[in-house]
Design a protein around this ligand. Structure first.
Ligand SMILES: Cc1ncc(COP(=O)(O)O)c(C=O)c1O
Length: 490
C-alpha cells in the first residue's frame, strides 16, 4: 500500500478501511488483474456481511484514486496501471547523483552541522543556550495568551512583515529603559529569533566573495550563515575584553563586522568604551555595517547592564539584534532588530519573502507583558536566579578546582569558560567524552574557532559551561564530577 492511500470516508470507517485494503492487496498480488471485474456492491456487501453503503464508499474512493473504473450501469473494473515515465523509474542506489543545487545550495550542503545534544534523564548538562522550563513565566503567559485569543478578529489574515505594531511600540520603550537605546518604532523589525536576523543580514548585505569580519572564536551558526552567503571570513582576535579592534582589517574593507559587545560569545569579555568607539570609527571609515548581537545583554551581574553599542552610533552603521531566547525561551523563536533607517524597507521586504511575518498571537502576548511591566519583573526575577546559579558555579569551581582552572567571562550572560592551563586543546574531546561518560555534559571551546586557528599550535583546553538550566544542587554535583574527571587527566 502506498503512503498516499487514504481510508475511504463513509459509514464504518474501520470496516471500510479493511475492505479497501483487501481490494488494494488483491490488485497488487494479481488476484484482481488489470481489467478484472469487481463484484457488485450488493454481492460484496452480502459476502462480507456489511452494509452496501460501506462497499459503495470504498468503490468510490478507489475510483477517485484511479484504481478502478466505474460507469453507470456497468460493473467496476480494475484500471490499467499508469505507465511510469522513464524519469521516475527507480534508479539503482549506485547510480544516485548529487541533487542539482544553486551555488548557495552547494555552499549550504557543505556546512557541517554539529549534532544536537541528546537529553538524558539524570544527566547534568552544562548546555549553553539552554534555559530552565521551570523559569518560564507560565502563569502570566497563559493569562495573557487567553486574553489575546479572545481579542482575535473573526477573520484571520496575514499581518505586516515588520511585526505587530503594539509589540514594536512596547519594544521601543523597553529598549530605551533596559538597553539605553533610543529609536523610532518604525526601525524595529520583529524576526524569528536572532538567527533569522543574521540570515537576513547575510543575504542582504554580502555578495559571494565579500569579506566579513568575525570574532574568533565566535558564534558558529552566525559564521555559517555568512559563509553560506558566500562571505570570506576575516577572523578578529578576541581577548578578555572582547573583540580586539587592532585586528580589524586596516587595508581592505570588510562589508560587515559581526560582534557581541555586551558579552563576547563564547569568551565572555565586555567591550570597553574605547574599543566601542574604535569599532564605530572603523565602520564609518570603511562604510561597513556592524551587526551587534545583544543575545544576553540584560544579564549583567553586580552592575547595571552596559548600554547597547547602537546607542552611541551616530553614523547609522549599527544593526542591533535582540532576542527573547534567554529571558523566556529559545522555543519561542522571537527576536527583533533595530535597523538603520536606510535598511528598513529592504529588510521588511526580505522578511516578507522569507516567512511573511512572525507569529501574531505570541507577539501580542509579549506586547501586553512588556506594557504591563510583567516582562521586566520576570527579567529581574530570572536575573537574580541566574546570579545565584552563577555564584554556585564559581564557588564550586573554587572549591573543586582551586589551582587547575581559570574562569573567564563571568561578568554577564548565562555561561562561563573554564580554561584548564595544564591541559591542551587537543585533550578537549577526550575530556568531554569522559565527563559525558560520568553523566555530565560540557562543551569544548575549540570548535568555535575558525579553521585556520583550530590547526594553529594548541592552546589550553577550554570548556564552555552554561548554567541557566541547572539547579544550584546540580551545578555543585556537576562540578564535583567534572573536577574528578579533570583530575584523571593528570
Ligand atoms: C551568540 C548568540 N547569539 C544569539 C543567540 C540566540 O539566538 P536565537 O535568538 O536565534 O535563539 C545565542 C544563543 O545561545 C547566542 O549564543
Amino acid at each position: 500500500m502506498d503512503q498516499f492511500s487514504k481510508p475511504p470516508r463513509g459509514a464504518g470507517t474501520g470496516t471500510a478501511r479493511r475492505i479497501y485494503d483487501m481490494l488494494r492487496g488483491q490488485m497488487a498480488d494479481g488476484t484482481l488483474p488489470t481489467g478484472a471485474r469487481l463484484p457488485s456492491t450488493r454481492a460484496l456487501a452480502a459476502d462480507l456481511a456489511v452494509s452496501r453503503t460501506t462497499v459503495t464508499a470504498v468503490y468510490e474512493q478507489l475510483a477517485a484514486e484511479g484504481f478502478v473504473v466505474t460507469a453507470a450501469g456497468r460493473a467496476a473494473r480494475v484500471a490499467s496501471p499508469p505507465a511510469t515515465p522513464a524519469g521516475l523509474r527507480a534508479r539503482p542506489a549506485s547510480a544516485a547523483r548529487a541533487p542539482s543545487l544553486s551555488a548557495f545550495g552547494r555552499r549550504v550542503a557543505e556546512i557541517a552541522a554539529p549534532s544536537l545534544p541528546v537529553a538524558a534523564k539524570g544527566r547534568i548538562d552544562f548546555l549553553y543556550g539552554a534555559v530552565a522550563a521551570r523559569d518560564f513565566p507560565a502563569l502570566i503567559w497563559r493569562r495573557a495568551y487567553q486574553a489575546e485569543l479572545l481579542r482575535q478578529h473573526d477573520s484571520l489574515y496575514y499581518v505586516a512583515a515588520e511585526g505587530d505594531a503594539s509589540l514594536r511600540r512596547a519594544l521601543q520603550a523597553y529598549l530605551r529603559r533596559a538597553r539605553g537605546l533610543v529609536c523610532d518604532a518604525e526601525r524595529i523589525l520583529v524576526v524569528s529569533g536572532t538567527q533569522q536576523a543574521i540570515d537576513l543580514c547575510a543575504r542582504l548585505l554580502l555578495d559571494p566573495g565579500d569579506a566579513f569580519a568575525f570574532e574568533d572564536p565566535g558564534y558558529l551558526i552566525a559564521r555559517h550563515s555568512f559563509e553560506a552567503a558566500g562571505g570570506r571570513l576575516v577572523p578578529l582576535s578576541v581577548d578578555e575584553h572582547g573583540l580586539d579592534t587592532r585586528s580589524l582589517p586596516a587595508d581592505r574593507a570588510a562589508r560587515l563586522v559581526y560582534a557581541t559587545p555586551s558579552h563576547q560569545f563564547p569568551l565572555g569579555g565586555v567591550l570597553p568604551i574605547g574599543r566601542r568607539l574604535e569599532l564605530l570609527e572603523w565602520a564609518q571609515r570603511h562604510d561597513a555595517w556592524v551587526i551587534e548581537d545583544d543575545y544576553d545583554g540584560e544579564f549583567r551581574y553586580g552592575q547595571r547592564p552596559i548600554d547597547a553599542l547602537q546607542s552611541i552610533d551616530s553614523s547609522g552603521r549599527v544593526i542591533y539584534i535582540g532576542t527573547f531566547s534567554k529571558a523566556l525561551s529559545p522555543h519561542l523563536r522571537l527576536g527583533y532588530m533595530v535597523l538603520p533607517a536606510a535598511l528598513v524597507p529592504v529588510f521588511r521586504q526580505a522578511k516578507r519573502l522569507s516567512d511573511r511575518h512572525a507569529p501574531v498571537l505570541e507577539q501580542r502576548v509579549l506586547a501586553s507583558l512588556i506594557e504591563s511591566g510583567a516582562y521586566e519583573r520576570h527579567v529581574r526575577r530570572v536575573r537574580r536566579e541566574y546570579e545565584r546559579r552563577r555564584t554556585a558555579l564559581l564557588d564550586a569551581i573554587a572549591q573543586w578546582l582551586p589551582d587547575r582552572a581559570r574562569v573567564a567571562g563571568t561578568a554577564a550572560g548565562l555561561h562561563v569558560v573554564l580554561w584548564l592551563p595544564a591541559l591542551s586543546s587537543r585533550d578537549e574531546a577526550a575530556l568531554v567524552a569522559a565527563a559525558n561518560e560520568k553523566g555530565v555534559g560540557v562543551y569544548p571551546v575549540s570548535p568555535l574557532f575558525a579553521a585556520q586557528r583550530r590547526t594553529a599550535p594548541p592552546r589550553s583546553a577550554g570548556l564552555i559551561l552554561g548554567y541557566a538550566s541547572l539547579t544550584v544542587e546540580e551545578i555543585r554535583r556537576g562540578v564535583g564530577v567534572l573536577a574528578a574527571v579533570i583530575g584523571d587527566f593528570g
